[in-house]
Design a protein around this ligand. Sequence first.
Ligand code: UFG
Length: 336
Amino acid sequence: MTRTILLTGGAGYIGSHTYVELKSAGFDVVIVDNFSNARADVIDRLAQITDAPVTAHKGDVLDRTFLASVFARHPIDAVIHFAAKKAVGESVEKPLDYFETNCTGFSNVLMAMRDANVFNVVFSSTATVYGEPQSLPYTEDHRLAPVSPYAQSKVTCETLLRQLKDSDPRWTYGILRYFNPAGAHDSALIGEDPNDIPNNLMPYIAKVATGELAQLTVFGDDYDTPDGTGVRDYIHVVDLARGHVQSVAKLLDEQDTHVLNLGTGTGYSVFDMLRSYERACGKALAYQIGPRRAGDIDCFYADPTTARDYLGFQATRDLDDMCRSSWNWVSRLRNS
Ligand code: UFG
């Protein structure tokens, strides 16, 4: 029997790519999104990629009546919860907003699940929960030391899941701690396209490449890394999306709770990313060296072995694939 997955935040960057991978793995998928950080045409584009109509409901995870109506309409087997705010800097300015959307929103989803007798959930977490590295690579048992309200909101949700399972063994969950998602779908029909000035490195470089922004500011070149710039574990968004498919299948097939890093295990510097993007777009990209950004860590990357051993998860795409697919996406968007 075909199984149905509800994606909260399914119209967003990671959610939309996960939609495509779930469909191609044979799942039925229902999207819920308030479209606050999604393109209005993403649903049409998902229909184009998958060559099938898309089931999507516009609404907010803060609206419990809305959530109950979605569960009443569809035979949902599991939920993948993406719907959340994700800008670290903004969370410092607006901790209440982050608590409300990320924590209250998630508890609303869990209540709607409980009321509908759905007990399988994959939760979108982040490597930021680890904070300042005590050792690298980060393993899943590294201590959690959230620095920002954003990171704290993810730790709070992870804790809630553990407490819920302790209270009722019918719950099974997969907590996926993402490293740095980058790149776009091969079709160049979906990808990341922030309206405002991007906070993150790849979307910023993409806007320099399209000419929308004049130059990249490299936040510090005196870190304790090979070239002095910050090192991160960038993971192609399609690899990340496939990790969700494997996680939800594991929950449904084996009722097995898990907490996993989703990364590649390889760190790349800001200059590595810039050079790779220059190769992708075929031109030199302007940059200047600026001061360090408050709160940045010099270097972090995943130990990906637990996800590999447990799920068989392995990222197959490298930094050049991420930059090439990003450039295909943004250049096609600007020319359409
Ligand atoms: N950087 C620049 N210039 C920019 C933007 C970023 O030099 O304009 C540098 C940063 O200093 C850092 C690297 O590029 O060294 C990556 O920065 P990002 O902002 O792209 O990513 P972060 O690692 O800071 O954080 C991201 C997300 C978090 C998430 C975390 C998970 O923003 O939400 O990855 O690893 F939690």
